[in-house]
Design a protein around this ligand. Structure first.
Ligand code: ADP
Ligand code: ADP
Length: 232
């Protein structure tokens, strides 16, 4: 079952003579319970694709669907609500609020919605991410790698249908990188979540079920059952 789908998606930045075609009529599907890595050279459109798939940016033409809903036809307010309920983000700018602790950052989405997170799941994620002793600190008291792992915890805790991760292991040493990747992999396999991850790292890509390759705003290939060697 396709949970995320792009049909003929084009994205052009700028206007007049100064335009950049970041996406050129892209068709791509992601199934529920599937972990996909997106790879390609810098400037090939990977981040733009993630943003339009997540409804964070508009398309120039084409359609994006989340489940049975066409995101590209939704008014902003409905889009915001849909994102809050069904999508998790691990983006490079971690967007942790600086004035509240790591724990408050992770649980904020729940408190805003008047809900309480699953405490057992919380403790499990925090412990797997090696953050147990750090959660009462403010973001600036944590290392870059720890802040990134806090952002991962925040994305995983609500168990969203779809998780978008842009270079989730970019700032991490190999051990914490491995923990993040195995948590993402487990979300997919145990809970049927869909993970869409942009990465340059062949080791990270080897955790995915497939790699979709991008070049110059277009799909340029696909690797099934990737291994560290096959994506190099
Ligand atoms: P990648 O993530 O693969 O590095 P991007 O999606 O960031 O690629 O960029 C694709 C192309 O779109 C590049 O040529 C980039 O310079 C351009 N681009 C990205 N964001 C913007 C923007 N906000 N305004 C203008 N051009 C942009
Ligand atoms: P990482 O490999 O996770 O990026 P670092 O080498 O940056 O870790 O940090 C090592 C230790 O120093 C960590 O336990 C971290 O919590 C602590 N630390 C890093 N930056 C700060 C800071 N600004 N204030 C307090 N503790 C910090």
């Amino acid at each position: 079952k396709h949970v995320v789908r792009a049909v003929g998606v084009t994205k052009t930045y700028g206007s007049g003579h100064a335009t950049v075609q970041a996406l050129r009529s892209v068709d791509v599907d992601f199934e529920s319970g599937e972990f996909t890595a997106i790879m390609g050279p810098s400037g090939s459109g990977k981040s733009t694709l993630m943003h339009v798939l997540a409804g964070l940016d508009t398309v120039t033409s084409g359609q994006v669907f989340l489940g049975g809903t066409e995101l590209t036809a939704l008014p902003d307010r409905d889009l915001t609500e849909l994102r809050r309920e069904r999508i998790g983000f691990v983006f490079q700018a971690f967007n942790l609020l600086p004035v509240i602790t790591a724990e408050e950052n992770v649980t904020l989405p729940f408190r805003l919605a008047g809900k309480t997170p699953d405490r057992v799941f919380y403790e499990e994620i925090i412990s797997k991410l090696g953050l147990t002793s750090r959660m009462h600190h403010l973001p600036h008291e944590l290392s870059g790698g720890q802040q990134q792992r806090v952002a991962v915890a925040r994305a995983l805790l609500p168990r969203p249908d779809v998780i978008f991760a842009d270079e989730p292991t970019g700032n991490l040493d190999s051990q914490s990188g491995t923990e993040v990747l195995s948590l993402l992999r487990r979300s997919v396999h145990d809970m049927g979540q869909t993970v869409i991850m942009v990465t340059h790292d062949p080791v990270a890509a080897s955790y995915a079920d497939r790699v979709v390759l991008f070049a110059d705003g277009e799909r340029s290939g696909e690797i099934a059952s990737p291994t560290t060697e096959s994506v190099l």
